[in-house]
Design a protein around this ligand. Structure first.
Ligand SMILES: *Cc1c(COP(=O)(O)O)cnc(C)c1O
Length: 354
């Protein structure tokens, strides 16, 4: 039994919702009226509050600005066909946030704080959940160190904040990706499995170089040998070869995606064979050359399924079959949409009504 928490609930003086064009929502640039804030001090989480979305005031010496002790999550809220607000698998995000927090020496959150703050905030700003096809309310919970101290040690104080933003589609068309064999995202023993700020800062430069060559994203390979495929940008990566889904296992170098798990669970339930194992670059190249890669796609909350149109390796680009014929990824995408909208049975208990 989870106890509820006491949240002080404030109210914005003037809602900004009329400024939003629901037919044309940019990704990640418009923020809903309110945010949830909690503080960690003297060993406890306290001061739970919903207040207007506003700027934070930080000292220049705040450790988060220098050393990156932070963790975050990303999930989505939807309106189902009955107009009810739902969250997709929020408990999985809660568990992963705490797993990331442990790695970064950040105090874990009690479940009632995460879920209580989250549901109150979504209720408060429920009119910000868009309902046009492909749109949703992106939810960003995060925790950051907040001591004013220029020295390297875990902070004594933290802030946990949740804000939300209505979003449209992340990628509007299939993506071109490049297999990266020079730069690395993660190493064994490192922080690749954690959703922590520095992982993304480190990925910007190699991604920028790839973008200059016309690619949208990178496919990361293992940091030691660059011979095994890991994940792509902010998505886990799957291939369909001979009707089977092949994907890398999530160890400490790969972020364990909730969308990845949903996709694999559905596929297994339908009797599609799934191989979670090391995926050699050489194996994928050989299959690409032989025209045997039927589908390749990324899975992640932002895009749900991002079809891959083209894979580049060593200056050669390999085209993949047209998206229309991709039965596995299209079926997964359609099934996830139907579950979120309440059109299909929620067999695995993924829907959390707010
Ligand atoms: C968030 C993220 C994913 C996808 O996780 P989901 O839970 O499916 O959104 C995959 N890889 C990285 C590096 C990520 O940050």
């Amino acid at each position: 039994m989870i106890e509820t928490i006491d949240i002080k609930i404030g109210q914005t003086a003037k809602s900004r919702i009329n400024e939003l064009d629901f037919d044309n929502i940019p990704f990640g640039r418009v923020f809903s009226d309110h945010m949830f804030v909690a503080e960690f001090d003297n060993g406890v989480w306290k001061n739970f509050e919903i207040r207007p979305y506003e700027f934070l005031s930080l000292s220049p010496a705040n450790t988060i600005l220098h050393y990156g002790q932070s963790v975050f999550e990303g999930m989505k809220a939807y309106k189902n066909l009955n107009g009810e607000a739902i969250l997709f698998r929020p408990l999985d995000n809660f568990i992963r946030l705490n797993k990331s927090a442990r790695r970064m020496c950040i105090p874990e959150l009690p479940e009632e704080l995460f879920m209580g703050g989250l549901t109150e905030l979504i209720r408060k700003d429920s009119q910000w959940i868009p309902d046009r096809p492909g749109t949703s309310l992106y939810v960003r919970p995060f925790i950051f160190a907040s001591d004013d101290y220029i020295g390297i040690k875990p902070s004594d104080t933290y802030k946990f904040i949740i804000f939300t933003c209505p979003v449209g589609a992340y990628y509007s068309q299939p993506v071109r990706v490049k297999i990266e064999t020079e730069f690395s995202r993660a190493f064994e023993g490192g922080v690749g499995y954690a959703k922590t700020g520095g992982n993304y800062a480190a990925s910007l430069y190699p991604a920028k170089l790839a973008q200059e060559k016309g690619y949208d994203q990178l496919i990361w390979t293992d940091g030691k040998t660059h011979q095994y495929i890991e994940e792509s940008g902010t998505m886990n990566l799957m291939f369909v070869i001979d009707g089977k889904i092949i994907t890398a296992p999530t160890d400490d170098t790969i972020l364990k995606g909730v969308t990845r798990d949903s996709a694999l669970t559905l596929a297994r339930d339908w009797g599609i064979e799934v191989e979670e194992r090391k995926v050699a670059v050489a194996e994928i190249l050989e299959a690409l050359k032989a025209g045997k890669v039927q589908e390749a796609f990324g899975t992640g909350t932002a895009a749900t399924i991002a079809h891959i149109a083209e894979i580049g390796y060593d200056g050669v680009d390999y085209q993949l079959p047209p998206v229309e014929g991709r039965t596995v990824s299209n079926k997964i995408l359609a099934a996830l949409n139907d579950i979120k909208l309440g059109k299909a049975e929620d067999k695995f208990n993924w829907i959390h009504k707010v």
